[in-house]
Design a binder for this molecule. Structure first.
Ligand code: ZN
Length: 599
């Protein structure tokens, strides 16, 4: 396979030996077998008797439960990471499937514990939660009870969990595999979707248009299958929500995000009522590019002719300096990801697309998967994933249950790290055109993370709602709903010809329904913290690191209090959007000053 991009990232693979030396490592099977034996013993000891536990008994049981689940998470994480770098290898896929089945069956066996705990009546539960022995578990235990009104009986929950392996989880995996197998024909070569997408950042409009056309074409052949899978997942979700009596399609997501339907509606309202911001930006961008109106493939075009690729080594230096400039501790943690091979960097055929950080492996550092292409977005993606990595390392001492964050605060450290890195890039740039290019890139990323995610949430809202009312949705109808949501976002500032099937390359809609608004939530929350850091300086460093160290052991509101912010005030969303509008003012000023678009 020819690869056209050389960044020095090509040889940067991760070393999974800190988990297991190989898929054949005997410790892997031993961990799983031990967990199975321990789960059987746990079940024999506690099944039917959870309500009888006193506070210290409850604490001991949770410690044991966490230990058992941690072993399985470790094995399963290894399998997922091993699979992610070569999704065409059937043996790797089989390991994921086999361990996934074991994990589900273990979860089924242990399900009685959270269910029996949730069934304890409120007064008795509150009395227990007041005791000091449960200090470390209070938030987690309260979290388990929040689903109380929506739980089914224990045998029903068992069936749902066990059947999910061959149901929604299988559909979701099929979707991911379909996306991983997509090949885009460019310059007589078969490219991955990642490489084709990176062409949308090309300076020459013709190259962007060609790439967009090729992507639209590549999304065609499997569209029917992807439509079917999407429909099936929509239906599965509607059945689940009906059986559990959730009021709306997004209520269960909001509950697990530790937020409320009202707060999310306030966020959606704050964003949709300011669609003038992206529209104003895209009109400015058309002027900067010297064209009448942007097409959808022009949105990421650079406004200067700087097409330089950044090597992996330079990218490393930039992000490490950005984190070190904030805090030495943060910088040295981030350095270890490079020095100790915790990152798999290059674009490779059959590798999972996108980027992620696996942070929930107790006793082991996080791992980062990148598809590093050398463009500026890639550097900021690296900074983003390292933020997750930093968060994971700092919160890990809390253990599996207390370090896991809801989606709403999961993006705090990643967005913050991107902001630090952006400011570092901007500070190193004197040329006004390149400064403007950086600034426009920043605004575009902000739009992509906030307004665009809310527009995608509106698309999800429309598809989930319509699927419930009218049954299976045809490809054409899904495309219409997609374009409606996109038109609301862009107004007449961006042309959308050929954009119809682009909903189908986004794995979140099938992998994690309702997920996307959390990006906007997390971004605007994190931006608020970052603005406070910029204003107040070093006095914010420790409170912020404390927030990261607290992982998911406190609610988003309590975490916000650590850094002096109030998350119950809807103004927090508007203030983030105002900040973005100010950056836009600056970009407009800079554009006028250097006379771009006037020639
Ligand atoms: Zn992220």
């Amino acid at each position: 396979m020819a690869t056209t991009l050389v960044t020095g990232a090509e040889e940067i693979g991760w070393d999974l030996a800190d988990l297991y030396t190989s898929a054949e490592d005997e410790r892997l099977e031993a961990d799983v077998s031990q967990a199975e034996a321990d789960a059987t013993a746990f079940s024999a000891q506690h099944h039917g008797k959870v309500a009888e536990l006193d506070a210290s008994g409850l604490a001991a049981a949770l410690t044991e439960l966490e230990r058992i689940e941690s072993s399985v998470v470790r094995a399963l994480t290894y399998a997922h990471l091993h699979f992610a770098t070569n999704m065409a290898d059937p043996a790797r896929g089989a390991l994921v499937a086999r361990l996934g089945e074991k994990a589900a069956s273990l979860e089924t066996q242990l399900l009685f514990f959270p269910l029996e705990w949730a069934a304890v009546d409120d007064d008795a539960a509150e009395a227990l939660l007041g005791e000091a022995a449960l200090d470390d578990w209070r938030h987690h235990l309260r979290g388990l009870r929040k689903f109380r009104p929506y739980l089914l009986s224990e045998p029903e929950e068992k069936i749902v969990t066990e059947k999910s392996v061959s149901g929604v989880a299988a559909w979701s995996r099929l979707y991911e595999e379909q996306l991983g197998a997509l090949r885009v024909s460019l310059d007589d070569e078969e490219q991955s979707l990642e490489v084709a997408m990176s062409r949308l950042y090309e300076h020459q409009r013709e190259l962007r248009r060609e790439a967009a056309d090729a992507i639209t074409e590549a999304l065609g052949p499997g569209l029917r299958t992807r439509t079917y899978v999407f429909n099936t997942i929509l239906q599965d979700k509607s059945i689940d929500d009906r059986l559990r009596s959730y009021p709306t399609w997004i209520s269960s997501r909001n509950l697990s995000n530790e937020t409320t339907d009202e707060a999310v509606e306030a966020l959606v309202e704050a964003a949709t009522s300011r669609y003038d911001v992206p529209q104003r930006y895209y009109r400015l961008k058309a002027k900067l590019l010297g064209i009448d109106r942007l097409e959808h493939y022009d949105r990421f075009a650079p406004v200067s002719d700087d097409t330089e690729k950044t090597s992996w080594d330079e990218a490393q230096q930039i992000v490490v300096e950005a984190y070190s400039g904030f805090s030495e501790e943060a910088g040295s943690i981030v350095s270890r990801f490079f020095d100790d091979s915790w990152i798999d960097a290059p674009v490779r055929p059959d590798k999972r697309t996108g980027a992620f950080c696996a942070t929930t492996v107790p006793g082991v550092h996080p791992y980062i998967l990148m598809n590093y292409t050398g463009d500026r977005r890639s550097i900021l993606t690296l900074a983003h994933e390292l933020g997750h990595g930093l968060h994971g390392v700092l919160s890990q001492p809390l253990g599996l249950f207390n370090s896991s964050t809801p989606l709403t605060t999961a993006e705090t450290a990643s967005v913050f790290g991107e902001a630090l890195t952006f400011d570092r890039l901007l500070a190193g740039e004197d040329d006004p055109r390149r400064r403007l290019d950086l600034l426009t890139g920043r605004i575009e990323d902000a739009i992509a993370t906030t307004f665009r995610q809310i527009a995608m949430n509106r698309f999800e809202h429309a598809t989930h709602t319509e699927r419930r009312k009218q049954g299976e949705l045809a490809s054409d109808r899904i495309a219409e709903l997609w374009l409606e949501a996109q038109r609301a976002l862009f107004g007449d500032s961006v042309g959308l010809d050929g954009y119809d099937p682009w909903w189908s390359y986004i794995p979140h809609f099938t992998g994690s329904p309702g997920y996307v608004y959390a990006y906007a939530y997390g971004y605007l929350f994190s931006l608020a913290i970052y603005r406070k850091y910029v204003q107040e300086g070093d006095s914010m460093v420790e409170p912020y690191l404390d927030l990261l160290r607290a992982g998911g052991s406190r609610s988003p509101e309590e975490l916000a209090e650590l850094v002096g912010l109030d998350l119950t005030d809807p103004a927090i969303w508007a203030s983030g959007i105002d900040a973005l509008a100010e950056e836009l003012d600056e970009a407009e000023r800079l554009g006028a000053e250097i006379g771009l678009g006037s020639d």
